[in-house]
Structure formats: C-alpha cells, structure tokens
Ligand binder design. Structure first.
Ligand code: SF4
Ligand code: SF4
Length: 136
C-alpha cells in the first residue's frame, strides 16, 4: 500500500452528488466558513451558489502545476489538492476506508501485493490513514 499520490480520482468521482455533509459540519461552516456554506443548499454538497444546482466538480479541487507535483517519476501527471483540506467533510476525511472500494475506484495507493494479501493491505491502509481518520 502506497501513500496517496493526489491523483484526484476519488474527488472527481464523488464530488458530483456522491458526498454528504452532516448537520454539525454544515452548522460549523455556517458559523465559521461562509465561503464554504455558499456551496451548500438544503443539506446537499456541492451546489452552485446561485442556482443551487449540483456541481459537476467539487469547487475545492485544485489542479496543481505538474512541475510542483511530488515524486519525480509521476511529475508529468496532473495532481490535485483540496483547498479546504482542514475543513473538508468527514466523507472526504474517511476516504479511502476499505480495499474493496479502492479497487472499484482504481485508487492509485494500491500495489499488486495488496491484491494478493488483502488483510495486510487493510492494516497498511489503516496505518497510513490514521491521521486523516483522527485515530493516531
Ligand atoms: S472537499 Fe476536498 S477532499 Fe472533498 S471532494 Fe472536494 S477537493 Fe476532494
Ligand atoms: S484515488 Fe487514491 S491515490 Fe488518488 S487521490 Fe484518491 S486516495 Fe489518493
């Protein structure tokens, strides 16, 4: 299992209607981050601030210049970052959680050995994600 390489596949896949935010997350954004609240309507994320139509792509997904991407071998590929990383919803914070969803989503953290040994892969994932999941 490798560290996340910021390929952006998960954000691109789920940001169009595939994410939810809890009531407490929305209340917190309302209080402290109105710039985030603009993209929330009737409990749904992420929507156009004017029309409230669901956005095709998360407004916080930022394409990074190829030259600044970490890892020289992959530097020619487009990388992404999250502009609200520390305020992102738990749905994002807890992704990825299982090897099976990563396989479906073609997550680039997966290595060949993970498929051969899924139990070990899940343990490695939990170790890598400990900070994001808040259990370190
Ligand atoms: S809020 Fe951040 S982590 Fe979540 S989909 Fe958008 S860019 Fe990705
Ligand atoms: S699909 Fe996997 S490697 Fe790509 S950004 Fe998401 S978690 Fe990271």
């Amino acid at each position: 299992m490798k560290e996340c390489n910021s390929c952006g596949k998960c954000c691109i896949k789920y940001s169009h209607g595939g994410l939810t935010a809890s009531r407490s997350e929305i209340e917190l954004w309302d209080e402290d981050s109105p710039q985030i609240s603009r993209y929330v309507h009737a409990g749904k994320i992420w929507v156009d601030p004017t029309t409230h139509a669901p956005l095709e792509l998360c407004p916080w997904l930022k394409e990074e210049p190829a030259s600044s991407a970490p890892g020289s071998r992959l530097s020619s590929q487009v990388r992404y970052s999250c502009e609200i990383y520390y305020d992102r919803p738990d749905d994002c914070r807890f992704y990825p959680s299982t090897l099976s969803e990563m396989i479906v989503d073609e997550c680039e953290m997966i290595e060949a050995k993970d498929i051969k040994n899924p139990k070990q892969a899940q343990l490695a994932l939990e170790h890598i994600m400990a900070d994001s999941w808040g259990c370190s």
